[in-house]
Design a binder for this molecule. Structure first.
Ligand code: SF4
Length: 880
């Protein structure tokens, strides 16, 4: 029987319909869900392939030994109690996650701030949208997202700032594209230092200098005022802080000055300003490119300022729209999962502390903010925090200064990790590993970027011994002596309490109010359709997106929205002689966070199988680098070894590296090891978009591509570089050796001493050797003195043949089609759903028969399923 649930990945919050099967599950977009209306991206489409149980913890582990649940939970509760008794409540901490369901999050927050009485609970959402939260609160007096996805469809102009929407929130991007398919829909302006899949098809791309978003929007405010294009009636009636904000904005100087500061031509800058001025229905979408900055709050405020000055908020098709990265970042904000929030959108004012304390029924609760993410791990490093519980996240990879984070965890007295994956960079530090239920096994709610609460429903019967996070947190809390406050029997119990707290003594002064849901029966909770907040007691419960601030009443003491003077700009650290290139990080289309789930869907690994650094061709020439060479990036904090990807998508002097690789998948590609951890003073969100680095080639003399049927287990030999991935029928390693060692000996090791059935040697520079078992390829090794990474797709496809044909054997002995072309073909996969390669699409475009993405789809199938690759196809058509 099919089950409706919600995608496990990004903050778009797409509804899915799951058809559970014996080994996997069919997953389709839910046509009735308002967020996606039946659409899914490549990641959502492959969700069913991620349900395999490989590398799942089944029993709790204490110091690596399997124990029963009672033993593990007693140990956690006892150690936390002892630590608190000896060192005080601030000596313990929880690091939670936007992957938790709201019910898990609520109970974790209540344990820390209520039962323990410390606010040392923070979350990986600090890395995602804390700056947007801080900017919302400054402007609106509340953390309220004022837009919904439908506003993007109603807008005349959509401005995308610091957002590669096409890859990071693909379904929202598809909704905008659909509006434009027949020539209608909004004009799109993209403001981004990089050329991305999102810039394709935009009317205007402003490739600003990194860190100058705030200058550009300050300049816009100044320009609007100079041309009498602000909404003075709206400002007079509903805004405070206009004069001070304008004064600060005037410091941006003339349009020419602003353009020069941003690295743009005055003509293109004014073109944007005029587009903005003439489009009352403007939505400005911002995401991690704004938030992940040492001045992220000011950047977000600069965006919000221009919307307030033009009255473009609270109206259909208008507003500043922060889109969150994670599936339940919004739910985390609702419950108070950040260290500087208390609960239910209340903070640490005496009135709020008193109210929450009475509601929860503790003698005392936390009455001041705790340590935010970066500070929390610094406190672990210096011994102030002695025990931490990490839930559903991988901070050993994702936090800045990640080498130091690993060292801190290694030295911490007591580390508890609850996760549905056994082997991560973080679980290796766990004194106690608690097996958590994963997607499909757990039950609860998530809230997406447009304030829509959706159910994640259980559809798998077997949880392999794992427990829901809320269950294990409540179990520990009861063992610590808080039986009455954690006496939950179901996720529905917790949701009702969460809803009741949102409505408790809420006379309309707090935005987050879902009081209408506080008495849902279990059956109603099970059946809850996607529901938008606010939905107060006696108010309408709406399953349609709806506007907020339509009455121009904000949650500030005066009821007016606040414009804020913006004076902080730039990057945290500028380039210098020793670190002359500016690194930025971001997401790939087909991977999610640290790949613990997406890596299991082997189709998703085909798009970008290796950890790469994108280098502008001018820089590549200056450094004497070729594609796929292995290079080392060095910052003041750490190093990373990556493959060169040459592209004009980055500016000269700029580098881009994806954020996903961990120590599980590469020798040294944890890119957050290079970032300094400089934080925004208001949001405490760390800078992850700019870090000065040096680049040098690794002295690799021998490149090895090593493919083996997934069942073959062989230890990886010592080498200077390795990266690992999985395809449908084989595991693949890319190895780099700095010494020209014994090639025959290496071959024997990698082939696990199997007989060689096929062998090819060219020019004394390249060897291909393969073993065949039962007429199918078992292991294949390619050794060369030249980079060979791009050949992986071609060789991996040969493992799909259950019986190697004579023709394939002959081709293998002849070499891959790209061999004669200096190892450049065949290229990587473009369409994850159908496995269509970049080369196939390029050939279709070159044939002249594919004039649009639809025609490419007809010829190659690329882009005909989830559509996530269409922006890249259009980019190839555009470039000819
Ligand atoms: Fe999931 Fe993709 Fe939808 Fe995000 S856009 S929720 S990853 S299907």
């Amino acid at each position: 029987m099919s089950v409706k649930s919600t995608c496990a990945y990004c903050g778009v919050g797409c509804g899915v319909v799951v058809e559970p099967g014996p080994d996997s599950a069919g997953v389709a977009g839910d046509p009735d869900h308002p967020a996606n209306q039946g659409r899914l991206c490549s990641k959502g489409t492959q969700l069913g392939e991620t349900l395999n149980t490989a590398d799942r913890p089944t029993d709790p582990l204490v110091d690596g030994e399997g124990v029963d649940w009672d033993t593990a939970l007693d140990h956690v509760a006892h150690t936390f109690k002892e630590t608190i008794a000896r060192h005080g409540p601030d000596s313990v901490a929880i690091y939670a996650s936007g992957q938790l369901l709201t019910e898990d999050y609520y109970v974790a927050n209540k344990l820390m701030k209520g039962a323990i009485g410390s606010a040392n609970i923070d979350t990986n959402s600090r890395l995602c949208m804390a700056s947007a939260v801080a900017a919302h609160k400054r402007a609106f007096g509340s953390d309220t997202v004022p837009c919904g996805y439908a506003d993007l469809e109603r807008a005349e102009l959509v401005v995308l700032v610091g957002s590669n929407l096409a890859w990071c929130h693909p379904v929202v991007h598809q909704r905008i594209r659909a509006m434009r398919a027949d020539g209608g829909g909004p004009v799109i302006v993209v403001i981004d230092p990089r050329e991305t899949a999102t810039t394709t098809g935009a009317e205007l791309h402003l490739p600003i200098r990194p860190g100058t978003d705030g200058v550009l929007f300050n300049g816009l405010l100044h320009w609007l005022d100079e041309h009498n294009l602000t909404d003075t009636d709206y400002i007079d009636a509903h805004i405070e802080g206009y004069a001070e904000s304008l004064l600060a904005a005037r410091a941006s100087g003339s349009v020419e000055d602003t353009a020069a500061a941003c690295g743009l031509s005055p003509i293109e800058l004014v073109r944007f300003y005029k587009l903005f001025a003439k489009s009352p229905r403007t939505v400005t979408v911002f995401s991690q490119g704004i938030n992940q900055s040492h001045v992220g709050t000011d950047k977000a405020s600069a965006i919000i300022n221009v919307h307030l000055a033009t009255g473009r908020i609270g109206k259909p098709g208008a507003g500043p729209f922060s889109i969150t990265g994670q599936p339940n970042a919004m739910g985390g904000r609702e419950v108070g999962g950040l260290a500087n929030q208390l609960a239910a959108h209340m903070d640490f004012s005496a009135e709020h502390v008193d109210r929450v304390q009475r509601f929860w029924g503790f003698q005392r609760i936390a009455d001041r903010p705790g340590l935010a993410a970066v500070d929390m791990f610094d406190a672990i490093a210096d011994g102030r925090i002695k025990a931490i519980w990490i839930m559903a996240t991988n901070p050993a990879v994702s936090l800045p200064k990640s080498d130091r984070v690993n060292a801190a965890l290694a030295g911490c007295e007591f580390v508890v990790v609850s996760d549905c994956v056994r082997s991560t960079d973080t679980t290796r530090h766990a004194n106690v590993l608690l097996p958590a239920k994963g997607w499909g096994e757990k039950d609860g709610t998530v809230t997406n970027s447009e304030r829509c609460i959706s159910r994640q429903r259980r559809f798998l019967n077997d949880s392999h011994g794992a427990r829901a996070d809320w269950e294990m947190i409540s179990d520990v809390a009861r063992r610590m002596g808080f039986e009455a406050q954690f006496n939950y029997e179901s996720a529905a119990d917790i949701f009702r309490e969460h809803a009741a707290l949102s409505a408790f003594e809420n006379d309309g002064g707090r935005d987050f109010d879902i009081g209408a849901l506080r008495e849902l029966s279990n059956a109603d909770y099970d059946a809850l359709p996607p529901t938008y907040w606010p939905c107060p007691d006696n108010g309408p419960v709406t399953t349609e997106p709806h506007g907020i601030f339509a009455d121009n009443r904000f949650f500030t003491p005066s009821g007016r929205a606040r414009m804020v003077p913006v004076r902080s700009f730039g990057v945290a650290r500028d380039v210098c002689i020793d670190y002359p290139l500016l690194l930025t990080s971001g997401r790939l289309r087909d991977q999610w966070h640290t790949m613990t789930r997406t890596e299991r869907a082997t189709k998703l690994n085909r798009h970008r199988p290796w950890p790469t650094v994108t280098v502008h061709p001018l820089d590549a020439r200056q450094y004497g680098l070729k594609a796929d060479e292995i290079v080392r990036l060095t910052s003041r904090e750490g190093t990373a070894d990556l493959l060169v990807h040459c592209s004009t998508s980055v500016q000269p002097g700029g580098l881009f590296v994806p954020m996903h690789w961990s120590d599980q998948w590469a020798s040294a590609a944890r890119i957050d090891a290079l970032f300094s951890g400089t934080t925004d003073p208001l949001s405490q969100q760390p800078e992850l978009k700019s870090e000065p680095v040096a680049l040098s080639a690794l002295d690799v003399h021998m490149h090895v591509l090593w493919l083996r049927r997934a069942t073959t287990e062989v230890s990886r030999p010592n080498c200077a570089f390795w990266a690992s991935t999985r395809f449908d029928h084989c595991a693949v390693d890319l190895l780099g050796f700095t010494e020209l060692s014994d090639r025959e000996g290496l071959l024997a090791t990698l082939l696990n001493d199997q007989a060689i059935h096929l062998r090819r040697e060219r020019d004394g520079r390249t060897i291909m050797a393969a073993s065949v078992v039962n007429d199918a390829l078992e292991t294949l090794v390619l050794i060369s003195d030249r980079p060979i990474a791009t050949q992986v797709g071609w060789y991996a496809a040969l493992f799909e043949e259950q019986t190697l044909s004579t023709e394939t054997k002959a081709t293998l002995l002849r070499g891959s089609p790209g061999y004669e072309k200096a190892f450049e073909a065949p290229g990587p996969t473009l369409c994850a759903c159908h496995g269509t390669s970049v080369d196939s699409v390029a050939a279709a475009v070159a044939s002249g028969r594919a004039i649009n993405a639809e025609a490419v789809g007809d010829l190659t199938r690329a882009g005909t399923r989830c559509g996530s690759c269409i922006p890249e196809i259009e980019h190839m058509i555009e470039k000819g």
